[in-house]
Each structure stands twice: as C-alpha cells, then as structure tokens.
Design a protein around this ligand. Structure first.
Ligand code: NI
Ligand code: MN
Length: 222
C-alpha cells in the first residue's frame, strides 16, 4: 500500500512501505502540525520553495536522519547554510527527472515566488508504487498544467486551495480539469485566518475527480 499522511498545512509524507518521502516539512511554528520535527521520519525530503511554511525544518530533519534533500540549487544552498553538518543534497531544476530507488521525481513549474534570491518555485510529479502523484506546491493556476496532465496520467493531484498566497477553490477546481486528475487532495488552507477555506466548497466545484479531504494527522491509502 502507498500511504499518504498529512502533517498539516502543506507537509505530507508518502510511504510505500520501504521508503518515506517527506514533502515541504514545515512543522515548527505550524499551528496544524501533528508531529514534531524531532520525531518525523524520512528517507527523502522534497522542497518546493524556500518560504518558511515549506522549507520549514528541512535542514534539521535532513541532518538528523541523513535524508537526501531534493530541491532547486538556491534552496539547497539556503538549507546548507542553516546547519553545521553536511546535507545530502540533490539539486534539480525545472523539467528534470530524477530516478530514485522508489521510482521517479520530476520537477515542474509553479507560478509563485521562491523565497530565495535567484530561485524559482516548483512542483513535483512523483511516481511511486505504480501511482503518479502531482504536488503543485504553492502556485497560481496556469494553463501549462495541461501539459503536466498530458504527459502523465495523474492519479492524485495535491493542490493548494487557501487563496491569498496561492490559487483559491475556483482556480484549484479548474486546475483539476487542466490536469485531468482522477483524485484531488486539497491542502494549504485553514492554517491561518488569511487562508481559511472550506474544502467542501472546493468539493462542490470539482467535477470529474474524487476530492479526498485529509485532516492533519490523518493517513489514507492511495
Ligand atoms: Ni510560498
Ligand atoms: Mn505556502
């Protein structure tokens, strides 16, 4: 089974039973966080951009676990600067595919600021356990999401719906169409008042895909 665990805000874990892939590990200071950065496990850490609510505790978790960090070079440089111990880092950039023991990771564009000079925000297409998962990271709606859906058959799209910093429910529902995703998991909402959104409103706007609302601390099988 492929397990998806939501740790709150935009932090989640994919676990295929052998490898744990932790994404955007913002736990310290995350009002929704359901695990401590001292307790969370990971073999790989994927980071979409350097805003605190995404890069989060990645440097400390990576050095504690010797987990490999995947990110844009500028984001990796920032991670490295925050800890004494060396980080196992794999730099990628947009359009690149990385083969890893559990499958594949492709770095794809996102329309958002990066939080670090010279950087760029990204999303990921992750192939693991026979499933294709697209995590948009923080982004506005953009029409090239159609290309992501054309290239791969998206089993699960993980999309921000909180509005203000990212697309809101209407644009996220349109993203589901662009991606031709079979299932969609909303996140990046409700953490603070400024991104309060009702996932049931989002569900009502989505057609042609199943909306899976996963609460912080909850795990589901994908
Ligand atoms: Ni951001
Ligand atoms: Mn964010």
């Amino acid at each position: 089974m492929l397990k998806y665990t939501f740790y709150g805000h935009a932090c989640f874990m994919l676990d295929d039973g052998e490898y744990k892939i932790l994404v955007d590990p913002f736990l310290s200071g995350n009002p929704q966080a359901t695990i401590s950065p001292k307790d969370v496990e990971a073999n790989y850490i994927l980071i979409t951009h350097a805003h605190d609510d995404h890069l989060g505790d990645a440097p400390e978790i990576a050095t504690r676990l010797d987990a490999e960090v995947v990110a844009i070079p500028e984001v990796l440089t920032l991670c490295t600067s925050r800890v004494e111990k060396a980080i196992i880092a794999h730099a990628m950039n947009l359009g690149g595919t990385l083969n890893l023991p559990f499958g594949q990771v492709r770095m794809v564009p996102a329309l958002h600021s990066s939080g670090v000079e010279g950087g760029i925000a990204c999303g990921y297409v992750i192939k693991i356990f026979g499933k294709t998962i697209y995590y948009a990271g923080d982004t506005a709606l953009f029409s090239d999401m159609k290309l992501i859906g054309e290239r791969d058959s998206i089993d699960y799209a993980i999309l921000p719906i909180g509005d203000n910093f990212t697309m809101g429910v209407e644009d996220a529902a349109k993203a589901v169409k662009f991606l031709n995703a079979k299932n969609v998991i909303p996140l990046h909402y409700g953490t603070w008042n400024v991104i309060n959104q009702n996932p049931e409103t989002f569900r009502g706007l989505v057609s042609g895909a199943e909306v899976l609302v996963v609460k912080p601390g909850q795990s589901i099988g994908l």
